[in-house]
Design a protein around this ligand. Structure first.
Ligand code: URP
Ligand code: ZN
Ligand code: ZN
Ligand code: ZN
Length: 498
């Protein structure tokens, strides 16, 4: 045989092109992409007829929390590397970048990295890589950035909020300077922690504890201010950043304006900011806790519309899930751990922050039918790969270069609209915040390095735990400083690039 797998009759969508192409796979790689019919004489061990369905690169989800302790309280996120990556593959995501979380009490980043490797090793259904989450930018930690690059880690996340992790502006500059030298991209959680703490105290004085006050305690202003401050610090240091999980129109406007000036500012949004609003937090009883995440779902659908616009017009570079799942009906490590004798109806500030979404990201967004298809591929596959140094190995279908990670969607009209139900999902969580949403699409086949790992009509999950492997990443091919040279204080006392 010539090939391991041939996919015919598909409509192939990349970030730049849509066309009728057939694809041949050999030795885990994309071997050929040719006009429809061009492989008719080729022999392959396996053939898939896409029947006119869209054929896209496998999804790349660059914002995933697995087996992490929550930012306050006890326990751990509901999904471990096994269940999280299983959920991913059943929704068409073939590569994930998860966080290796360093605590404030720890000095080193490398121990964190190696400990996270242990959690993931032999447990993943999909390929994976890590961002280092820097809780303590100690001298030691900063000196380790160089080794991180050698270990295939080319991005970090820092927080401007959460007492357990919040960095002050001088610490952020320390990180940005060292990240710049090592060609590392810094991801910033931009919310003003002191504003949130102040609002929380105001609400507590008034004895307002219900889940919906999580939203009140995280006002849009706190995100908008921190976003602009992060942009200023990044521009000053000429060190590229990505603002994670952007939710407010005003923050998006600051990002757009920096981008228009040519500053390397990148931004991410997530399905929760496209589909959820304050009304989802404002539910009877404790129900609203299901949608507690930070930043919170915003005011109204008009806000969601602005986020959709930013996704369409390029303000947002990537769409990630921010999969950070907590079980609802679990009073030890889940959402209900915030309920106790003192707060029998719960207290918003103790509700673990985060929601599940690694499996639903692609189908929800594609089913909404609000993005150009090439743009859909760009924000869910190609751009995350480019931004984080995985391109064109991942996020693309380039002959001889890309891994054969492929999603084949149902042909138009072949799938009946259906209501999403948590029981359809493969995570280890007892709910989805998107329960009852109407979907028109779901991946029919998902292929990872040439293996069919998901076949919705024939066995569902076919992939095996442990097939997923760690991918070392290069420097970003998108995010670069504008000037070359070292940023430093010069012998004459002036500072800047030389
Ligand atoms: O609420 C969220 N987003 N939890 C996950 C942690 C984070 O800040 O991304
Ligand atoms: Zn965050
Ligand atoms: Zn997150
Ligand atoms: Zn000089």
């Amino acid at each position: 045989t010539d090939y391991d797998l041939i996919i015919v009759n598909g409509v192939v969508v990349s970030d730049t092109e849509i066309g009728e192409y057939d694809i041949a796979v050999r030795d885990e790689k994309i071997a050929k992409v040719v006009s429809r019919g061009g492989l008719n004489d080729a022999k392959a061990a396996k053939m898939i007829d896409a029947e006119g369905g869209y054929v896209m690169p496998g999804g790349v989800d660059a914002h995933v929390h697995l087996q992490e302790p929550p930012l306050f309280g006890k326990g751990s996120t509901a999904d471990n590397y096994e269940s999280g990556s299983r959920s991913a593959v059943c929704g068409g995501t073939t590569t994930m970048v998860t966080f290796a979380p360093q605590k404030k009490s720890e000095d080193t980043l490398l121990d964190t990295l190696y400990a996270t490797h242990e959690k993931a090793k032999d447990n993943c259904y999909i390929d994976y890589s890590f961002h280092l989450l820097v809780g303590n930018p100690s001298a030691k930690a900063l000196s380790e950035f160089k080794t991180l690059r050698k270990e295939g880690v080319s991005s970090l996340k820092i927080y401007m909020t959460y007492q357990a992790l919040q960095l002050h502006d001088g610490e952020i500059l320390d990180v940005l300077l060292e990240a710049r030298k090592q060609q590392i991209t810094t991801m910033v959680h931009a919310e003003n922690g002191q504003v949130i703490d102040w609002m929380t105290a105001q609400l507590e004085k008034r004895k307002l504890f219900a889940p919906k006050y999580h939203g009140t305690s995280h006002p849009s202003m706190a995100e908008t201010e921190a976003t602009y401050r992060a942009i200023c610090l990044s521009e000053f240091m000429d060190s590229p950043i990505l603002i994670v999980h952007v939710s407010t129109p005003a923050a998006a406007a600051h990002i757009k304006s920096a981008q228009d000036r040519g500053i390397p500012i990148y931004a991410e949004t997530c399905p929760q900011y496209l589909f959820l609003t304050k009304a989802d937090l404002d539910q009877p009883g404790f129900e609203g806790a299901k949608c507690v995440c930070s930043p919170p779902p915003r005011e109204s659908e008009a806000d969601c519309d602005v986020i959709w616009d930013g996704l369409a017009n390029g303000t947002f570079t990537i769409l990630s899930s921010d999969h950070c799942p907590f079980r609802f009906d679990d009073n030890v490590i889940g959402k209900k751990s915030s309920i106790n004798d003192e707060y029998p109806l719960g207290h918003f500030k103790y509700i673990p922050n985060g929601i599940a979404g690694i499996e639903t990201r692609l189908a929800l967004t594609l089913s909404a039918n609000r993005l150009d298809l090439k743009r859909f591929v760009e924000v869910t596959c190609s751009n995350p790969a480019k931004l984080y140094g995985l391109y064109p190995l991942k996020g693309a279908l380039v002959e001889g270069q890309s891994d054969a990670d492929i999603n084949i969607w149902y042909p138009p009209g072949k799938m009946q609209e259906f209501e999403l139900k948590n029981e359809m999902l493969h995570h280890d969580v007892d709910y989805t915040p998107f329960e009852g949403r109407k979907l028109k699409q779901w991946p029919r086949y998902t292929i990872l390095r040439g293996q069919v790992v998901w076949d919705k009509e024939n066995g569902g999950l076919l992939g095996k735990k442990g097939y997923g492997k760690f991918i070392k990443r290069e420097a970003s091919s998108l995010a670069k400083p504008r000037r070359v040279g070292e940023w430093d204080i010069h012998p004459d006392g002036s500072f800047g690039i030389y």
